[in-house]
Design a protein around this ligand. Structure first.
Ligand code: TYD
Ligand code: MG
Length: 460
């Protein structure tokens, strides 16, 4: 039998090389390469059995949507695309301490209370610790099966015999297969453990949740490879110091991605936030220059957010641009457009931009709100407190259409806003958004028109 050749695996991206180096050529990370000895394949050495014939079928045929089991936590069910799908695998990632275990214990308990068999395997915490959390969450009566275990061979043998609708593994990085000669948490271990669990989920038909930790740059620690093996990847995120948490689907074979669930961390666990706009705008003060409300969209859900801009004089020196919750490159572009196309002098100022509440906005539709906040800050005149803004800004300063204007307008009207500043409706083609009752539409064709309003004397 051939001697196993040592191989080296990047613990960050999973790339395999034949020799060690300080830096991974594939992902550029330092000190992530570790030696992992491959294990012999199971089965008789030498002759492999011949493969079986694969059947091909036509595209047309029965394609029933998968049946779903609702966890009863509406925010979670929405992100999942309507509930848990049997035999599907969900990876829940997030920073340590963000609330993954809390969320999964709440969901597992809720499902167990509805009479379904649920198993929760904790590899990080002892039985006592999980029980303490359950007491805090008020779910001690839920009939779920709890185990503290890390040995995957034992866990797999148990799952083979135990009926379950949902199995939670908290976390996949603590799981350990004794047939593999590397430490828990390494790519090889995590991948092999996940593979075994996924195989069980598919053959036994239970929904499987793998909890995983995330590194500071947002990648699932080690097992980036895992993202390809699972059906859905959900990230649980939030700013430290803020009470609320966002559950975001970044991959979902059974539903839409970019859907979010909003929760609030309380002293009795995670509470669902049914109306996030009200939460995000709760601390807004009217009559402050540099603040504008953005009518945004998170997945299918409209969310109103406050964008804050602050300008501070910086004569000489190179001005600072600091952004929280938005894209720094996009801010530079907007500043250039404001300066070049609208005649707003900003290059002598430090610019600070913040999306209040800690949510991260990725939509270009926020351009108009950011521009309004900047123009308001530059003129030292507040935006009208009853106005929301949305629209994309192009390089020549034109304000462009964005998706789902109707949904944004409806949310603004629901929260009592009076005016919406939005892109001018297209002359031909394109459907004009209809104004909900009580909301006035204020169409902006060019960014300079918006900037000019802040320059007008009051009452003009
Ligand atoms: P946890 O679910 O353990 O995080 P993770 O599994 O992602 O590492 O959450 C831990 C934090 O949540 C901890 O700082 C305490 C806080 N917490 C509450 O504020 N209220 C609660 O009811 C619970 C259970 C936790
Ligand atoms: Mg945890």
């Amino acid at each position: 039998m051939a001697k196993p050749v040592p191989r080296f695996v990047c613990q960050s991206c999973g790339a395999v090389t034949s020799k060690w180096s300080g830096r991974c050529d594939a992902c550029g990370e330092w000190n992530t390469i570790a030696e992992e000895t491959p294990t012999a394949r199971p089965g008789p050495a030498g002759k492999a059995a011949p493969g079986r014939k694969v059947d091909f079928v036509p595209l047309a045929g029965s394609a029933a949507p998968p049946p779903r089991t609702e966890t009863g936590i509406a925010e979670l069910d929405r992100v999942l695309g309507g509930g848990l799908v049997a035999a599907s695998v969900i990876l829940v990632g997030g920073d340590p301490g963000i609330g993954k275990s809390t969320l999964m214990l709440q969901a597992a308990a809720r499902l167990a209370a509805s009479g379904r068999p649920v198993l929760y395997v904790s590899g990080e915490e002892s039985i006592e610790q999980v029980r303490l959390r359950a007491r805090r969450l008020g779910v001690t009566e839920a009939p779920l099966g709890l185990a503290a275990a890390v040995n995957l061979r034992d866990i797999a043998a148990t799952l083979e015999q135990t009926p379950a609708a949902l199995v939670v593994i908290d976390s996949i990085q603590t799981m350990w297969l004794d047939t593999i000669d590397s430490a828990p948490g390494t790519v090889t271990q995590v991948r092999a453990s996940a593979f075994e669990l996924i195989r069980l989920a598919k053959s036994r038909g239970f929904a499987l949740v793998l909890v995983g930790h995330v590194t500071k740059d947002g990648a699932l620690a080690g097992p980036r490879v895992l993202e390809h093996m699972v059906d859905a990847v959900l990230y649980f995120e939030g700013e430290r110091g803020h009470q609320f948490r966002i559950l975001r689907a970044v991959k979902n074979r059974f539903g839409a991605t970019d859907e979010i669930g909003v929760f609030e961390m309380t002293d009795r666990g995670l509470a669902e936030v049914a109306n996030p706009s009200a939460l995000f705008l709760a601390e807004r003060r009217g009559n402050v220059a540099g603040s504008a409300v953005f009518a945004g969209l998170e997945g299918t859900r409209p969310v109103l957010l406050e964008v804050q801009a602050l300008l501070a004089p910086n004569p000489g020196g190179s001005p600072r641009r600091q952004v929280i919750g938005w894209d720094g490159g996009r801010l530079s572009m907007l500043l250039a457009v404001l300066e070049t196309r609208c005649g707003l002098r900003l290059s002598g100022s430090d610019v600070y931009l913040n999306v209040a509440g800690g949510l991260r906005v990725n939509e270009p539709a926020a351009d108009l709100a950011v521009a309004a906040a900047l123009a308001s800050a530059a003129a030292d005149r507040p935006t009208h407190p009853g106005t929301v803004y949305f629209g994309e800004v192009g390089l020549s300063g034109e304000v462009r259409q964005v998706a789902q204007a109707d949904a944004r307008l409806k949310e603004a009207a629901k929260l009592g806003f009076e005016t919406a500043c939005l892109p001018r409706r297209l002359a031909r083609g394109g459907r004009a958004p209809t104004a909900p009752e009580g909301l006035r539409l204020d169409e902006i064709g060019h960014l300079a028109d918006l900037v000019a309003r802040f320059a007008e004397p009051p009452g003009a």
